[in-house]
Design a protein around this ligand. Sequence first.
Ligand SMILES: Nc1ncnc2c1ncn2[C@@H]1O[C@H](COP(=O)(O)OP(=O)(O)OP(=O)(O)O)[C@@H](O)[C@H]1O
Ligand SMILES: [Mg+2]
Length: 240
Amino acid sequence: MLEINNLSVEVQGKTILKEINLSIGKNEIMVVFGPNGSGKTTLIKTIMGFSGYNVRSGEIIFKGDRINDLETEERVKQGIGIMYQHPPKIRGVRLAQIAEFLSKDKAKNKELAERLSLTEHLNRDVNLDFSGGEIKRSELFQVLLQDPDFLLLDEPESGVDLENISLMGSVLNDYLKQREKSALIITHTGYIMDYVKAKRGCVMIDGRFWCAGGPKEMFETIKEKGYIKCTECHDKKRIE
Ligand SMILES: Nc1ncnc2c1ncn2[C@@H]1O[C@H](COP(=O)(O)OP(=O)(O)OP(=O)(O)O)[C@@H](O)[C@H]1O
Ligand SMILES: [Mg+2]
């Protein structure tokens, strides 16, 4: 589904990502860990093709085609969807209007809004004065209506209470399972792994992937020994 070869990315004249390699297949979920400022969000913004994220070398291949030179809009049309770490607020646009734009299936929109406890929010401006957890549910709502084949989720459970993590996790898991979709999920807390079946995890430190393996096992090691242990790992291997 997604293949990244030798990707180096510069932002504001500084190299943030350094020779990244990554491969995520159909129906596969990969979890990315890593300390603050290590380049995780930069990676997914680069995959989306946002301006300011300048690819200096390497290629991004999606469904077999090189997408380096495609505009973000084209990448979305090809089937890539993003859930932002810091979602935008859109004054003057109601959540219902975005929902109608993303999906013409009114029954599906209504059902998903109900499932994510967003029915009352549909008539409000997108994310404006929503609580932190409501913003995350609204983001999940929007990205799932878009029906992407490949989801980029940047800390989906950050700031979300345990009950709502469970709600979001089960909605997400149903979507991924029923539709054989793929995802790259960035997480600091690891909670999302209780709901979606991720077989692989990897650690990004200072713009490089250092280690790959079973995500739950990796997370336990990080909790116990810190990220520094990842850079010392003797089983260090490329993650493609
Ligand atoms: N548009 C930008 N302009 C300047 N610096 C940027 C920009 N985007 C990212 N950076 C810098 O690149 C580095 C990596 O940032 P990034 O947001 O990718 O980190 P992260 O791994 O997602 O961290 P966190 O866990 O805190 O979300 C940081 O030092 C950040 O300040
Ligand atoms: Mg980030």
